[in-house]
Design a protein around this ligand. Structure first.
Ligand code: HEC
Ligand code: HEC
Length: 262
């Protein structure tokens, strides 16, 4: 009994403190932020009323990209609400009902929120099986297990927001992760080397091979070097996997946050 009370006390004081914080703090969070159903409504509002300028999914057009821009140009939720409703510069005010305004804020915010903090629409346990059955681990490592040709995905849920996680699987050529440009090299000796460029100077190139080994090559002994403009990751997963498979896979990756537990 006593042990249980000790357990409860800190939890209680934390929740009281947290309520206090949201009532008085400037950081009061509108209930639509992070709410999957409201975000989905916001996505539809955005596609209809905002996509003409910002791109249907916020990737940019006449108006700025709101998928990447939020990262280096952070804006608080109340400021974004005001901007959407009242407009600014070349952006007209939307003058929507208050709830719709907040749905839009929640949607735009979700584009830059790490997937781990969102509720992904999919079954992570089923996604784990899709991951195992689709050859992903030939190139990717999670918690130390897997191949090294592609980025380590142990923290994929912290690094990427949901739309980017999905896009990385469906359209991997769109944004090639930094430090993962493929290269094909023919040495003067005739040896052929394929891998990923990790470092490059005028005199040397450092290549990581599929098994993770790094090789430092002297440019003097390189006959021909072709940098790939396309990704090394297979681009046909849309054909190989069903929509449900992909939802589940995304839900599984969204949970990858090494060392953090939900
Ligand atoms: C006529 C084109 C147009 C429409 C329609 C439009 N925007 Fe914009 N939006 C812009 C422009 C241009 C800016 C840059 C404003 C500035 O600071 O001058 C902008 C800025 C923004 C920003 C801030 C981006 C940043 O990081 O600086 C957000 C968020 C935004 N718009 C959301 C929306 C939403 C949500 C809608 C739909 C209700 C919408 N916009 C409709 C053109 C548009
Ligand atoms: C033949 C090797 C290969 C296979 C198989 C492969 N990938 Fe990739 N993947 C890569 C490479 C290389 C990159 C980095 C280049 C890029 O962003 O396209 C990458 C990038 C990614 C990214 C973006 C990571 C980041 O940090 O930006 C995700 C997510 C991802 N892969 C998931 C998967 C999943 C899920 C599967 C299985 C369905 C898979 N990959 C199969 C090679 C592979």
């Amino acid at each position: 009994m006593i042990r249980h009370i000790f357990w409860l006390l800190p939890a209680l004081s934390i929740s009281i403190w947290a309520q206090h914080e949201t009532k008085e703090g400037e950081k009061a969070k509108h209930p639509f932020i992070g709410n999957v159903a409201e975000i989905e409504k916001g996505r539809q509002l955005f596609a209809n009323g905002c996509g003409g300028c910002h791109g249907p999914e916020g990737g940019g057009g006449r108006g700025p990209n709101v998928q990447d821009r939020g990262v280096w140009h952070p804006m608080g939720d109340p400021d974004m609400y005001r901007l959407i409703q009242k407009g600014q510069g070349l952006m007209p005010g939307a003058n929507l009902a208050e709830d719709d305004g907040w749905r839009l804020v929640a949607y735009v915010r979700s584009l830059t929120t790490p997937a781990f903090e969102m509720k992904a629409p999919g079954d992570a346990a089923a996604g784990k099986a899709v991951y195992a059955g689709s050859g992903c681990a030939n190139c990717h490592t999670i918690q130390g297990a897997g191949g090294k040709l592609g980025p380590d995905l142990s923290n994929a849920g912290l690094k990427l927001p949901l739309p980017k996680l999905r896009k990385a699987i469906l359209d991997p050529d769109d944004a090639i992760a930094e430090g993962y440009q493929g290269v094909e090299i023919v040495m003067r000796s005739g040896e052929r080397i394929r891998g990923v460029v990790k470092n490059r100077t005028n005199y040397t190139v450092q290549v990581q091979l599929g098994n993770g080994t790094l090789r430092l090559l002297d440019m003097g002994s390189v006959e021909q070097m072709t940098l790939r403009q396309t990704t090394l990751m297979p681009v046909d997963y849309t054909k190989r996997l069903s929509k449900a498979d992909i939802d589940n896979l995304v839900a599984f990756l969204a949970q990858q946050a090494a060392g953090v537990s939900k």
